[in-house]
Design a protein around this ligand. Structure first.
Ligand SMILES: [Cu+2]
Length: 156
């Protein structure tokens, strides 16, 4: 009887651990290089949620930037606008793609000029009370650098 109890407890503990480790998965993470002196950079990535519960990103922080906002680019009355988001929700067993012209991270006021192959660390705070840190390399790209509409970046 005692042995059955122990294995039951272990079984529960083990499956709990598996669920806990099974959080958001980030792929194709990239931050395009911006010209020297640029006040903002953009972060793009694909985020998969392999769990059975919706998980939201509720904050993103980094020691490399003054502040990081979550934005959605949208065309409103013919003008491209960036709408600050309080959170980015990734549906259960679903996916959210951060890409130019859509959802993205707005990396505001880099502490220095980050150039090709420099690395920055982003810390994601999730709604399930976990944190995920990602190291992302700056990449020089051929696509034009993202501009803030009319000099406005979110609440700035
Ligand atoms: Cu933006």
């Amino acid at each position: 009887m005692r042995q059955i109890l122990i294995s039951l407890t272990l079984g529960l503990f083990f499956s709990f651990n598996v669920i806990a480790a099974d959080s958001l998965r980030f792929t194709n993470t990239r931050i395009p290089e911006a010209p020297p002196g640029a006040s903002v950079m953009a972060g793009y990535m694909e985020i998969d949620n392999p769990t059975n519960k919706e998980i939201a990103i509720i904050a993103v922080n980094s020691t490399s930037f003054k502040t990081i906002e979550m934005h959605q680019s949208k065309e409103i009355d013919g003008f491209a606008k960036m709408l600050p988001q309080k959170k980015l929700s990734i549906p259960a067993n679903g996916k959210l793609v951060l890409k130019p012209g859509s959802y993205h991270l707005m990396l505001i006021k880099p502490i220095k000029w980050f150039k090709h192959n420099d690395k920055v660390t982003l810390d994601f705070s999730l709604s399930n009370n976990t944190d995920i840190s990602l190291d992302i390399n700056i990449k020089k790209t051929r696509s034009p650098a993202m501009k803030c509409a009319a000099g406005k970046c979110g609440g700035m």
